[in-house]
Design a protein. Structure first.
Ligand SMILES: Cc1cc2nc3c(=O)[nH]c(=O)nc-3n(C[C@H](O)[C@H](O)[C@H](O)COP(=O)(O)O)c2cc1C
Ligand code: SF4
Length: 428
């Protein structure tokens, strides 16, 4: 079978990132490497994408074939939205993909549009993203072929790139998530069924359209087939974005990034909505939805960050929880009251303020109240993240509770952006 090479290389398995970079990301170089995009057969893309087992790369891992089928079944003239906002501040994969292979993403979006009979394709990025000018060039190149796509710039808030927030912004100019139902596949942009997919997901669709479902499944696991982009960072020699076969272990991924630069205390996997794992036995866990869920984390947006030993897990969790609480849209109960209260409890434990046993009991009770109660999945990701911390850093939490000296050296580890403008203007 012809196709971009999929041999194991030092950088993992190159499919999405297989094009030689010296020819640039233009349309002619893209076509020379990947070949023309075939017109979808009579049955469209639903069958090959479903058989490929492709799962969304935007966080939740939803089966992409099922999503395309749901949009098709909703009837009417659909819209396709490519989510390139890369809202997770610890993930760089969507940026790298949009920089190196913008036409693979556009191929996927346009192929889905053709298959669904959609006449509008929107590519969303955060406002002011430095990638926007080069994407405008790529979109214009496709316009010359008579295939329209449009770039949409979304306010730069964490929750503004959730799918219903994108629809809300395009329809009303406010990027806050909305209550479901209706979900975008039922009624989205302009009230029409809307297929929203992460840009990496669409780039994989472009490869499935060219090379087929069997080719796609030739690497990866039964539960999570194919390759995926991972952002590797923290205590590794060469932090960056790699393409690996799903099923690669977290330890192998650290090795592909040049190996650990010192003792590692824990792994933060899947982004801020993913979860913590202890460095050992976490390194043996495979990058696979089912395996990571069993271990207490989530594949999420495919980040693998190695936290150095010597960083306090309690304080680090409190810092990240405060960031996530500040980045919510503050319109649902769990985000208005629950997230800030949990973050405050974590800071109390970190600073040994108050009775630790009472705080711990309250924290667990509050965490139990968060999942499933917001208009979007933000509180669910937050709760998973904090619960994972309670397990992974159980010794640190016990030590803080019993007034033992903190094993941390006072360092703040993860670099987080400043929180955005939380007034209504920040969402427009
Ligand atoms: C708070 C929040 C923020 C999100 N931000 C992004 C994002 O920046 N990019 C993205 O692709 N998906 C993001 N998602 C997931 C989207 O809602 C949506 O599920 C995704 O774009 C669908 O793509 P997929 O099926 O290809 O994974 C976010 C979800 C939540 C709850
Ligand atoms: S759950 Fe939180 S982030 Fe999601 S819509 Fe409600 S307030 Fe906003």
């Amino acid at each position: 079978m012809i196709g971009p090479q999929q041999e194991a290389t030092l950088a993992g398995v190159a499919r999405l990132l297989s094009a030689p970079t010296e020819h640039g990301p233009g349309l002619a170089a893209h076509r020379a490497h990947f070949g023309p995009l075939p017109a979808p057969g009579e049955a469209g893309l639903i069958d090959p994408v479903t058989r490929s087992g492709l799962r969304g790369r935007g966080g939740a891992g939803f089966p992409t074939g099922r999503k395309i089928a749901a949009v098709a079944a909703a009837g009417g003239r659909p819209v396709v939205v490519a989510n390139g906002c890369a809202g997770e501040p610890v993930s760089g994969k969507d940026h790298v993909l949009l920089e190196l292979a913008p036409h693979l993403v556009l191929d996927g979006a346009l192929a889905v549009a053709t298959s669904l009979g959609a006449d509008e394709v929107l590519l969303c990025v955060h406002r002011g993203d430095p990638i926007a000018p080069s994407l405008r060039v790529a979109v214009a190149e496709r316009g010359e072929e008579g295939r329209a796509a449009r770039l949409v710039e979304i306010p730069g808030r964490y929750a503004a790139s959730e799918e219903s927030a994108l629809v809300n912004f395009i329809n009303t100019g406010t990027a806050r998530p909305t209550a479901k139902p209706p979900r975008p596949y039922e009624r989205g942009v302009g009230g029409r069924p809307t297929m929203i997919a992460n840009v990496e997901t669409l780039a994989h669709v472009a490869l499935v359209a060219r090379y087929g479902a069997d080719w796609f499944r030739a690497v990866g696991t039964a539960d999570s087939p194919g390759t995926t982009l991972v952002t590797v960072g923290g205590a590794v020699a060469y932090p960056g974005v790699l393409e690996v076969a799903l099923g690669t272990t977290l330890g192998e991924i650290l090795e592909l990034a040049g190996g650990r630069t010192g003792p590692v205390g824990a792994l933060l996997v899947g982004g801020l909505g993913g979860g913590w794992l202890p460095a050992e036995p976490g390194a043996a866990v495979r990058l696979d939805h089912a395996d990571l869920r069993k271990a207490g984390a989530a594949l999420g947006v495919g980040t693998v960050l190695a936290m150095p030993a010597g960083v306090c897990g309690v304080t680090e969790t409190a810092r990240i929880a405060s960031y996530l609480a500040a980045e919510s849209a503050r319109q649902c109960g769990p985000c208005m009251f629950g997230l800030p209260a949990v973050a405050a409890d974590l800071w109390s434990l970190s600073g040994a303020a108050g009775d630790p046993m009472t705080i711990m009991r309250r924290l667990r009770r509050r965490l139990g109240l968060l999942p499933g109660r917001g208009a979007c999945g933000h509180p669910d990701g937050f709760a998973r993240f904090v619960r994972g911390a309670l397990d992974t850093f159980a010794d640190d939490f016990r030590g803080h509770a019993h007034g033992r000296p903190c094993p941390g050296d006072g360092r703040a580890w993860l670099r987080l952006p400043a929180s955005g403008d939380s007034t209504p203007a920040g969402w427009r």
